[in-house]
Design a protein around this ligand. Structure first.
Ligand SMILES: Nc1nc(=O)c2c([nH]1)NC[C@@H]1CN(c3ccc(C(=O)N[C@@H](CCC(=O)O)C(=O)O)cc3)C=[N+]21
Length: 283
Protein backbone atom coordinates (compact mmCIF):
# COMPACT_ATOMS: atom_id res chain seq x y z
CA UNK A 1 0.00 0.00 0.00
CA UNK A 2 1.10 3.57 -0.76
CA UNK A 3 2.21 6.01 1.92
CA UNK A 4 -0.64 8.04 3.38
CA UNK A 5 -0.03 11.78 3.08
CA UNK A 6 -1.36 12.75 6.48
CA UNK A 7 -2.68 16.28 6.08
CA UNK A 8 -4.41 16.28 9.41
CA UNK A 9 -1.18 15.59 11.31
CA UNK A 10 0.79 18.19 9.34
CA UNK A 11 -1.98 20.77 9.87
CA UNK A 12 -1.84 20.14 13.61
CA UNK A 13 1.95 20.52 13.65
CA UNK A 14 1.76 23.78 11.73
CA UNK A 15 -1.13 25.14 13.80
CA UNK A 16 0.85 24.61 17.00
CA UNK A 17 3.77 26.58 15.55
CA UNK A 18 1.49 29.32 14.28
CA UNK A 19 -0.09 29.65 17.70
CA UNK A 20 3.35 30.41 19.15
CA UNK A 21 3.95 33.07 16.48
CA UNK A 22 0.59 34.67 17.20
CA UNK A 23 1.40 34.75 20.90
CA UNK A 24 4.54 36.77 20.16
CA UNK A 25 2.59 39.11 17.86
CA UNK A 26 0.02 39.69 20.56
CA UNK A 27 2.74 40.60 23.02
CA UNK A 28 3.66 43.33 20.53
CA UNK A 29 0.06 44.51 20.46
CA UNK A 30 -0.83 42.96 17.10
CA UNK A 31 -4.16 41.13 17.20
CA UNK A 32 -4.80 39.40 13.86
CA UNK A 33 -8.38 39.90 12.64
CA UNK A 34 -9.92 38.55 9.48
CA UNK A 35 -13.42 38.85 8.08
CA UNK A 36 -15.44 36.23 6.27
CA UNK A 37 -18.16 37.49 3.95
CA UNK A 38 -20.78 34.83 3.41
CA UNK A 39 -23.66 35.46 1.04
CA UNK A 40 -26.64 33.10 1.29
CA UNK A 41 -27.24 29.92 3.21
CA UNK A 42 -25.11 27.22 1.60
CA UNK A 43 -24.96 24.46 4.27
CA UNK A 44 -21.41 23.40 3.33
CA UNK A 45 -20.23 27.01 3.69
CA UNK A 46 -21.63 27.17 7.18
CA UNK A 47 -19.69 24.03 8.13
CA UNK A 48 -16.43 25.48 6.71
CA UNK A 49 -16.96 28.81 8.44
CA UNK A 50 -17.48 27.08 11.77
CA UNK A 51 -14.38 24.97 11.27
CA UNK A 52 -12.32 28.08 10.38
CA UNK A 53 -13.72 29.84 13.43
CA UNK A 54 -12.66 26.95 15.67
CA UNK A 55 -9.10 26.88 14.38
CA UNK A 56 -8.83 30.69 14.45
CA UNK A 57 -9.86 30.70 18.08
CA UNK A 58 -7.38 27.96 18.94
CA UNK A 59 -4.54 29.88 17.29
CA UNK A 60 -5.56 33.23 18.77
CA UNK A 61 -6.90 34.89 15.62
CA UNK A 62 -10.21 36.72 15.56
CA UNK A 63 -12.69 35.74 12.84
CA UNK A 64 -15.56 38.13 12.16
CA UNK A 65 -18.46 36.87 10.06
CA UNK A 66 -20.48 39.14 7.79
CA UNK A 67 -23.53 37.05 6.95
CA UNK A 68 -25.52 38.55 4.07
CA UNK A 69 -28.88 37.40 2.68
CA UNK A 70 -29.11 35.35 -0.54
CA UNK A 71 -30.59 38.25 -2.52
CA UNK A 72 -27.76 40.69 -1.67
CA UNK A 73 -26.68 42.77 -4.68
CA UNK A 74 -23.09 42.88 -5.88
CA UNK A 75 -22.91 46.62 -5.19
CA UNK A 76 -23.76 46.03 -1.54
CA UNK A 77 -20.93 43.52 -1.19
CA UNK A 78 -18.65 46.02 -2.92
CA UNK A 79 -19.57 48.64 -0.31
CA UNK A 80 -18.77 46.21 2.50
CA UNK A 81 -15.40 45.35 0.93
CA UNK A 82 -14.53 49.05 0.66
CA UNK A 83 -15.42 49.53 4.30
CA UNK A 84 -13.18 46.62 5.34
CA UNK A 85 -10.38 47.87 3.05
CA UNK A 86 -10.47 51.18 4.91
CA UNK A 87 -10.72 49.72 8.42
CA UNK A 88 -7.23 49.64 9.99
CA UNK A 89 -8.24 46.94 12.49
CA UNK A 90 -8.94 44.45 9.64
CA UNK A 91 -5.95 42.39 8.52
CA UNK A 92 -7.71 40.29 5.92
CA UNK A 93 -10.97 39.28 4.33
CA UNK A 94 -12.36 36.51 2.19
CA UNK A 95 -15.59 35.92 0.35
CA UNK A 96 -16.83 32.42 1.05
CA UNK A 97 -17.46 30.52 -2.20
CA UNK A 98 -19.82 29.70 -3.85
CA UNK A 99 -21.75 32.98 -4.11
CA UNK A 100 -25.32 33.40 -5.43
CA UNK A 101 -25.65 33.85 -9.21
CA UNK A 102 -26.30 37.61 -9.22
CA UNK A 103 -22.83 38.15 -7.73
CA UNK A 104 -19.85 38.30 -10.09
CA UNK A 105 -16.92 37.22 -7.96
CA UNK A 106 -14.33 38.39 -10.50
CA UNK A 107 -15.66 41.96 -10.22
CA UNK A 108 -15.41 41.80 -6.43
CA UNK A 109 -11.84 40.52 -6.56
CA UNK A 110 -10.93 43.76 -8.37
CA UNK A 111 -12.01 45.69 -5.27
CA UNK A 112 -10.38 43.77 -2.40
CA UNK A 113 -7.16 45.44 -1.25
CA UNK A 114 -4.43 42.93 -2.27
CA UNK A 115 -2.73 43.51 1.09
CA UNK A 116 -5.88 42.16 2.79
CA UNK A 117 -6.53 39.29 0.38
CA UNK A 118 -6.60 36.13 2.55
CA UNK A 119 -7.54 33.84 -0.38
CA UNK A 120 -4.90 35.24 -2.76
CA UNK A 121 -7.53 35.60 -5.47
CA UNK A 122 -7.21 39.28 -6.37
CA UNK A 123 -5.73 39.87 -9.84
CA UNK A 124 -2.61 41.41 -8.28
CA UNK A 125 -1.90 38.39 -6.11
CA UNK A 126 -2.79 35.82 -8.72
CA UNK A 127 -0.50 37.63 -11.19
CA UNK A 128 2.29 37.74 -8.61
CA UNK A 129 1.91 34.00 -8.11
CA UNK A 130 2.43 33.29 -11.82
CA UNK A 131 5.46 35.58 -11.84
CA UNK A 132 7.04 33.76 -8.89
CA UNK A 133 6.84 36.84 -6.69
CA UNK A 134 4.79 35.49 -3.82
CA UNK A 135 2.65 37.61 -1.60
CA UNK A 136 -0.23 35.38 -0.56
CA UNK A 137 -1.23 32.15 -2.25
CA UNK A 138 -4.62 30.45 -2.21
CA UNK A 139 -4.65 28.21 0.86
CA UNK A 140 -5.41 24.86 -0.76
CA UNK A 141 -2.50 24.93 -3.25
CA UNK A 142 -0.21 26.16 -0.50
CA UNK A 143 -1.31 23.25 1.67
CA UNK A 144 -0.70 20.76 -1.14
CA UNK A 145 2.85 22.04 -1.68
CA UNK A 146 3.51 21.92 2.08
CA UNK A 147 2.34 18.30 2.17
CA UNK A 148 4.48 17.33 -0.84
CA UNK A 149 7.50 19.05 0.73
CA UNK A 150 6.90 17.47 4.12
CA UNK A 151 7.06 14.00 2.55
CA UNK A 152 10.14 15.07 0.53
CA UNK A 153 8.54 14.44 -2.84
CA UNK A 154 10.56 16.23 -5.52
CA UNK A 155 8.49 17.69 -8.37
CA UNK A 156 11.41 18.62 -10.62
CA UNK A 157 10.97 17.12 -14.08
CA UNK A 158 7.87 15.18 -12.99
CA UNK A 159 4.68 14.97 -15.00
CA UNK A 160 2.12 16.70 -12.82
CA UNK A 161 -1.46 16.39 -14.02
CA UNK A 162 -4.00 18.75 -12.47
CA UNK A 163 -7.68 17.95 -12.98
CA UNK A 164 -9.85 21.07 -12.77
CA UNK A 165 -9.09 24.68 -13.71
CA UNK A 166 -10.66 26.75 -10.95
CA UNK A 167 -9.08 30.04 -9.89
CA UNK A 168 -8.93 28.78 -6.31
CA UNK A 169 -7.23 25.37 -6.84
CA UNK A 170 -6.51 24.17 -10.39
CA UNK A 171 -4.79 27.24 -11.81
CA UNK A 172 -2.74 28.21 -8.73
CA UNK A 173 -1.52 24.65 -8.03
CA UNK A 174 -0.44 24.47 -11.68
CA UNK A 175 1.57 27.67 -11.16
CA UNK A 176 3.23 26.34 -8.00
CA UNK A 177 4.07 22.97 -9.58
CA UNK A 178 5.53 24.77 -12.61
CA UNK A 179 7.63 26.85 -10.26
CA UNK A 180 8.98 23.57 -8.83
CA UNK A 181 10.07 22.67 -12.38
CA UNK A 182 7.36 20.09 -13.00
CA UNK A 183 5.88 19.56 -16.46
CA UNK A 184 2.29 20.55 -15.84
CA UNK A 185 -0.86 19.53 -17.68
CA UNK A 186 -4.30 20.80 -16.75
CA UNK A 187 -7.23 18.55 -17.64
CA UNK A 188 -10.79 19.86 -17.77
CA UNK A 189 -14.27 19.01 -18.99
CA UNK A 190 -13.33 19.53 -22.66
CA UNK A 191 -10.10 17.51 -22.55
CA UNK A 192 -9.97 14.73 -25.11
CA UNK A 193 -8.62 11.39 -23.95
CA UNK A 194 -7.86 12.32 -20.31
CA UNK A 195 -6.79 8.68 -19.73
CA UNK A 196 -3.68 9.31 -21.83
CA UNK A 197 -2.45 12.08 -19.53
CA UNK A 198 -3.37 10.26 -16.34
CA UNK A 199 -1.45 7.13 -17.34
CA UNK A 200 1.72 9.18 -17.79
CA UNK A 201 1.30 11.24 -14.63
CA UNK A 202 3.86 10.99 -11.81
CA UNK A 203 1.59 13.20 -9.73
CA UNK A 204 -2.20 13.59 -10.06
CA UNK A 205 -3.96 16.46 -8.31
CA UNK A 206 -7.71 16.11 -8.62
CA UNK A 207 -9.95 19.09 -7.83
CA UNK A 208 -13.25 18.58 -9.60
CA UNK A 209 -15.78 17.37 -7.05
CA UNK A 210 -16.77 14.08 -8.62
CA UNK A 211 -16.79 10.99 -6.40
CA UNK A 212 -14.93 7.89 -7.68
CA UNK A 213 -13.54 9.72 -10.71
CA UNK A 214 -10.05 8.23 -10.35
CA UNK A 215 -9.67 4.44 -10.37
CA UNK A 216 -6.59 2.23 -10.06
CA UNK A 217 -6.54 1.26 -13.74
CA UNK A 218 -6.15 4.94 -14.75
CA UNK A 219 -2.94 5.63 -12.83
CA UNK A 220 0.70 4.73 -13.13
CA UNK A 221 2.17 2.36 -10.52
CA UNK A 222 3.72 4.41 -7.68
CA UNK A 223 2.09 7.72 -8.64
CA UNK A 224 1.47 10.48 -6.09
CA UNK A 225 -2.28 11.00 -5.71
CA UNK A 226 -3.54 14.25 -4.19
CA UNK A 227 -7.30 14.34 -3.72
CA UNK A 228 -8.81 17.81 -3.33
CA UNK A 229 -12.39 16.65 -3.96
CA UNK A 230 -15.06 17.16 -1.32
CA UNK A 231 -18.17 15.11 -2.09
CA UNK A 232 -20.98 14.02 0.17
CA UNK A 233 -22.14 10.51 -0.67
CA UNK A 234 -24.75 8.78 1.52
CA UNK A 235 -23.85 11.02 4.43
CA UNK A 236 -20.12 10.34 4.07
CA UNK A 237 -17.38 12.68 2.94
CA UNK A 238 -15.40 11.30 -0.02
CA UNK A 239 -12.93 12.79 -2.48
CA UNK A 240 -12.55 12.42 -6.27
CA UNK A 241 -10.41 9.31 -5.88
CA UNK A 242 -11.70 5.79 -5.29
CA UNK A 243 -9.36 5.50 -2.32
CA UNK A 244 -9.72 1.76 -1.60
CA UNK A 245 -9.17 0.91 -5.25
CA UNK A 246 -6.23 3.27 -5.81
CA UNK A 247 -4.34 3.00 -2.50
CA UNK A 248 -2.46 -0.20 -3.35
CA UNK A 249 -1.21 1.04 -6.69
CA UNK A 250 -0.32 4.59 -5.62
CA UNK A 251 3.08 5.41 -4.13
CA UNK A 252 1.59 8.19 -1.99
CA UNK A 253 -2.03 9.14 -1.47
CA UNK A 254 -4.05 11.71 0.50
CA UNK A 255 -7.13 10.48 2.36
CA UNK A 256 -10.46 12.34 2.43
CA UNK A 257 -11.16 13.42 5.11
CA UNK A 258 -7.80 14.09 6.76
CA UNK A 259 -5.77 15.05 3.70
CA UNK A 260 -5.85 18.38 1.92
CA UNK A 261 -8.93 19.77 3.74
CA UNK A 262 -7.36 20.37 7.18
CA UNK A 263 -4.35 22.00 5.50
CA UNK A 264 -6.62 24.42 3.65
CA UNK A 265 -8.03 25.75 6.89
CA UNK A 266 -4.58 25.88 8.49
CA UNK A 267 -3.09 27.80 5.56
CA UNK A 268 -5.91 30.34 5.61
CA UNK A 269 -4.75 31.14 9.14
CA UNK A 270 -1.11 31.29 7.97
CA UNK A 271 -2.15 33.88 5.37
CA UNK A 272 -4.01 35.97 7.94
CA UNK A 273 -0.94 36.05 10.18
CA UNK A 274 1.32 36.86 7.23
CA UNK A 275 -0.92 39.79 6.27
CA UNK A 276 -1.14 41.02 9.86
CA UNK A 277 2.66 40.98 10.24
CA UNK A 278 3.24 42.75 6.93
CA UNK A 279 0.70 45.44 7.67
CA UNK A 280 2.32 46.05 11.00
CA UNK A 281 5.82 46.19 9.51
CA UNK A 282 4.66 49.00 7.23
CA UNK A 283 3.36 51.13 10.07
N1 LIG B 1 -13.21 31.77 -0.39
C1 LIG B 1 -13.10 30.48 -0.18
N2 LIG B 1 -11.92 29.96 0.21
C2 LIG B 1 -11.79 28.62 0.44
O1 LIG B 1 -10.70 28.14 0.78
C3 LIG B 1 -12.95 27.77 0.29
C4 LIG B 1 -14.14 28.37 -0.11
N3 LIG B 1 -14.20 29.72 -0.33
N4 LIG B 1 -15.25 27.64 -0.29
C5 LIG B 1 -15.26 26.21 -0.10
C6 LIG B 1 -13.88 25.59 -0.26
C7 LIG B 1 -13.74 24.23 0.39
N5 LIG B 1 -12.83 24.43 1.50
C8 LIG B 1 -12.55 23.47 2.47
C9 LIG B 1 -12.10 23.78 3.72
C10 LIG B 1 -11.90 22.83 4.70
C11 LIG B 1 -12.14 21.50 4.45
C12 LIG B 1 -11.94 20.50 5.56
O2 LIG B 1 -11.57 20.84 6.66
N6 LIG B 1 -12.17 19.22 5.32
C13 LIG B 1 -12.01 18.17 6.31
C14 LIG B 1 -13.32 17.53 6.72
C15 LIG B 1 -14.40 18.46 7.09
C16 LIG B 1 -15.74 17.71 7.25
O3 LIG B 1 -15.78 16.72 7.97
O4 LIG B 1 -16.73 18.15 6.60
C17 LIG B 1 -11.13 17.07 5.75
O5 LIG B 1 -11.05 16.95 4.51
O6 LIG B 1 -10.57 16.32 6.53
C18 LIG B 1 -12.58 21.15 3.20
C19 LIG B 1 -12.79 22.12 2.23
C20 LIG B 1 -12.41 25.71 1.51
N7 LIG B 1 -12.93 26.41 0.48
Amino acid sequence: MGTILDGKALAKLKADKLKEKVKILKEKGINPLFCVINIGENPASQVYIRSKGRLAKKIGIEQKLYQLPTNTQESEVAELIKKLNADPSVDGMMIQLPVPEQINITNLMEIIDPSKDVDGLTPANSGRLWQGHHFVEPATPDGIIALIDHYQIDLEGKNVVVIGRSDIVGKPIAALALERNATVTILHSKTQNPEFYLKHADVIISAVGQANLIKADMIKEGAVIVDVGINHVDGHLVGDVDFDDVKNKAGWITPVPGGVGPLTVEFLMEQVVKLARRRNDRK
